[in-house]
Ligand binder design. Structure first.
Ligand SMILES: Cc1cc2nc3c(=O)[nH]c(=O)nc-3n(C[C@H](O)[C@H](O)[C@H](O)COP(=O)(O)OP(=O)(O)OC[C@H]3O[C@@H](n4cnc5c(N)ncnc54)[C@H](O)[C@@H]3O)c2cc1C
Length: 471
């Protein structure tokens, strides 16, 4: 994607930016930076989208400080791009019209753990692993686990999910309420700690997935879960992708409450073997985990074993010790970095689609044929229990033909998923990279999104040039 096409829809406001830079430098001192390295690190750094750095970066420490930055930027009509850990994959944190990146990573305190209510309140910069380390002695855990150690504010902003989503849902299911700074610098609380509410519009879910375009999240109230009494899991190899997908479809359709069911194709297994020192058979493989009572997980595992056998799967290899399971899931979480090793020197372009479970085998089958027909090296991994999968195309970015081929492949994949009743993104979000698919996916719904954006951010200062085009 060219820099020009990313910049097309938003204009720089040089005068406003100059004024805002001076005011913020004075107010935030050392916690404000205009150094090239810091600015670049706060633009897009993953995949091949060009880096569009902001003009300055503020490291905020409280909701009030975020509100302060927003008020300055609102007064001078300067873009503000919220920043968690920068692990998003579709150019979400780029600054096509410049402006100020508000980095919330220093807002990293767990504010409350209400064990009796199974919830907690955290500042937006707390990461998912930091929260789970904090919860370690409470018997509780937070289940949403994207491959990166992302911030909970960023995860709420992108409606993230991960390997546990098939059992515990996505960020839309676990965020109970948010504290948000709006485009005019007001501080709004979108709800309380009640497990359900019918009190008016659901502002929490409006903000979840809004990618910093409707407000800056400063605090997140989250559901927590009890650590299950028993956990079992392991890996199951399959002769081909079709039989692995069919096993997944039968598992989900039969209502088996798997906690995790992840597909890795043969290339991805080869990459994980090398990167994470595993010795798995290099064939399409399902990684599974079951949560429940001792008797419950035994029964679930047996039922899955039968489904796998009926679908042509090989012998289920149990990871009986907790440390073996941790090693397997660490390898799964490191799949992206492992895959990069398959073609050193190339960039990995990760794309994410999701289809109804009944179309999973068909969508993956057609996608795989497309990969082969175009001679691409593109390992496939998926949170397949949700019908969600990723293809990581390894591209030589100095080769324009390869780039063109990859862009065309990604487009076909996204149209294919949408035409199957699915979506152009199950979890990574829209950013800049997926904007072009939204009209087909949402039709008139996209106009409604634009109307909401205009109502809440009339000057288009919150993460402009993302999700909806306002021109
Ligand atoms: C190796 C790897 C594996 C990944 N695996 C997964 C996966 O399994 N599942 C998944 O869902 N994603 C995955 N991702 C993508 C990424 O980790 C998620 O999108 C994550 O939620 C981004 O969080 P972040 O803190 O890095 O946000 P950032 O990248 O900093 O920001 C993402 C977006 O949210 C906005 N934002 C950030 N913080 C706030 C805030 N406080 N208030 C308002 N808006 C904010 C930003 O403006 C931007 O638009 C993966 C990424 C990598 C690199």
């Amino acid at each position: 994607m060219s820099l020009a096409s990313l910049q097309a829809s938003v204009q720089r406001n040089e005068e406003g930016i100059d004024l805002a830079l001076k005011i913020l430098a004075q107010r935030f001192g050392e916690r404000f930076s205009t150094s090239a390295a810091v600015r670049e690190q706060h633009g897009h750094t993953t995949t091949w989208l060009p880096n569009q750095a902001p003009d300055g970066v503020v490291f905020a420490r409280s909701t009030e400080e975020v509100a302060d930055v927003v008020q300055v930027c609102a007064q001078h009509k300067v873009p503000i791009i919220p920043f968690g850990t920068g692990s998003s994959l579709e150019g979400h944190v780029n600054a096509p019209a410049g402006g100020i990146s508000v980095d919330v990573s220093q807002m990293n305190r767990v504010l409350q753990v209400n064990a009796e209510d199974l919830d907690c309140v955290v500042q937006a910069g707390v990461t998912r692993t930091q929260l789970n380390e904090y919860l370690r002695d409470t018997g509780l855990f937070f289940p949403i686990d994207p491959g990166a150690d992302a911030s909970l504010g960023g995860m709420a902003a992108t409606r993230a999910s991960g390997t546990n989503a098939v059992r515990y849902g996505t960020m839309k299911d676990v965020v109970l309420a948010l504290t948000v700074v709006t485009a005019d610098g007001r501080i709004v609380r979108t709800g309380g700690r009640a497990k359900k509410t019918a009190a008016g519009y659901d502002l929490t879910r409006l903000m979840v997935g809004s990618e910093g375009t409707l407000g800056i999240i400063t605090e997140v109230t989250l559901r927590l879960y009890g650590i299950p009494e028993a956990v079992s899991g392991g890996v199951c190899p399959f002769p081909d992708l079709d039989s692995a997908c069919n096993a997944v479809i039968t598992t989900i359709q039969s209502g088996l409450p798997v906690a995790r069911i992840e597909l890795l194709d043969a290339n991805q297994i080869r990459a994980c073997n090398a990167y994470s020192k595993l010795d798995l058979q290099e064939t399409p493989t399902l990684f599974l985990e079951f949560h429940g009572t001792e008797a419950g997980v035994r029964e679930q595992s047996e039922i899955f074993g039968e489904i796998a056998r009926d679908s042509g799967g090989g012998e289920f290899v149990w990871a009986t010790k907790a440390e073996d399971r941790t090693r397997l899931w660490k390898a799964r979480h490191d799949a992206y970095w492992a895959a990069l090793g398959l073609r050193p020197g190339c960039k990995g372009v990760s794309t994410d689609v999701c289809v109804p479970i009944s179309r999973l085998a068909e969508c993956i089958g057609e996608t795989y044929k497309d990969v082969e027909a175009n001679g691409l090296l593109a390992p496939l991994v998926g949170h397949v229990g949700d019908g969600n999968f990723h293809v990581l195309v390894l591209v030589d970015v100095d080769n324009p033909q390869e780039i063109a081929k990859t862009e065309a492949f990604i487009e076909r994949l996204n149209w294919r998923a949408i035409e199957m009743g699915g979506t152009c993104t199950g979890e990574h979000g829209v950013g800049q990279g997926k904007m072009k698919y939204l009209a087909r996916e949402h039709g008139a719904g996209l106009d409604m999104m634009a109307a909401i954006k205009k109502a809440l951010d009339p000057d288009n200062i919150l993460n402009p040039g993302k999700i909806v085009r306002l021109d």
